[in-house]
Design a protein around this ligand. Structure first.
Ligand code: NAD
Length: 280
């Protein structure tokens, strides 16, 4: 079994991005800017935002976090986004999810300019990705894709099973695998024989949110397994894959933590730089 080391691949990607930012700075005396909007006091959101801010600073991006209290009016957020949309020093805008109940998530997503939508959630970016056009790609599936490609260049003809159909993970992941000429099966909570589907797969992407759902006898020998899950349990953070069992069978597997997670943040930085380059 080969351990797909997301921490290492993400560190390499961040180093490349750092060099790119430095080149941009010396060439045009400008650096890409990432603005994150954080609403409320949710502990995990605060941690994620801090990690994003730190990573952005480390590669030399201009990073800004705008904080609002839990009871902020939706109108205030939409007005702020509209201002950021036309601010030339801002290349990427990210509104940390989840939002308080009184704020309409879809309205917020649709207000962000698709050209600055570093999360890739705007319907224009979603449509472009599914049409095979250039688009901003959601960070976690992009991270999974880069890990896969780093491990195996040619994915053509492989049978891929994606577990989970969320807009955040499963659906964009499916599009990326299709683009690579995989034969993709997308599975979900109502799938009848998940084990049977997984047993056919050369590639399994588990993005479910159920600790250790994918067992050793669900995976065929030589499968590549990418575990997106981040689940808090009494044993600490675990993925959606029973690592101890599956790692004995599969050809390659990502660990949790240290697999997809670090790639997600690195891809946010990558998306910010891409948006900057497209917008100048
Ligand atoms: P979600 O709740 O939006 O979607 C879960 C999906 O799993 C749904 O489509 C549902 O149909 C499917 N599902 C539920 N039960 C199932 C079952 N028994 N069998 C098959 N499918 C089932 O979740 P999400 O936002 O896509 O996140 C999934 C996991 O990925 C979570 O653990 C989350 O914490 C993690 N995550 C990790 C990162 C990262 O950077 N590594 C980023 C985002 C999310």
């Amino acid at each position: 079994m080969i351990l797909i080391d997301g921490k290492k691949v993400a560190a390499e990607l961040r180093e490349e991005l750092k060099q790119e930012v430095s080149k941009l700075k010396s060439k045009i005396n400008k650096v890409p800017g990432l603005t994150v909007i954080l609403i409320g006091e949710l502990a995990p959101s605060k941690i994620y935002v801090k990690m994003k801010e730190k990573a952005a600073n480390e590669v030399g991006l201009k990073s800004e976090v705008i904080r609002y209290p839990e009871n902020v009016e939706e109108k205030t957020i939409l007005e702020k986004i509209n201002k950021l949309n036309v601010d030339k020093s801002v290349s990427g805008i990210l509104v940390q999810l989840p939002l308080p109940k009184h704020i309409d998530k879809q309205k917020v997503i649709e207000t962000i300019s698709p050209k600055k939508d570093v999360d890739g959630f705007h319907p224009i970016n979603v449509g472009n990705l599914s049409s095979g056009y250039d688009s901003c790609i959601p960070c976690t599936p992009l991270g999974c894709y880069l890990l896969l490609k780093n491990f195996e260049k040619n994915l053509t003809g492989k049978k891929a099973v994606v577990i989970g159909r969320s807009n955040l993970n499963g659906k964009p992941m499916t599009q990326l695998l299709l683009k690579e000429n995989c034969t993709v099966t997308i599975t979900h909570s109502k799938t009848k024989d998940l084990k049977g589907e997984c047993l056919k797969a050369d590639i399994i992407i588990a993005a479910v949110g159920i600790p250790k759902l994918v067992k050793g006898d669900w995976v065929k020998k030589d499968a590549i397994v990418i575990d997106v899950g981040i689940n808090k349990t009494d044993d600490g953070i675990v993925g959606d894959v029973e690592f101890d069992e599956v790692s004995k069978i599969a050809k390659a597997i990502t660990p949790v933590p240290g697999g997809v997670g670090p790639m997600t943040i690195a891809c946010l930085l990558k998306n910010t730089i891409e948006c900057f380059k497209k917008n100048i």
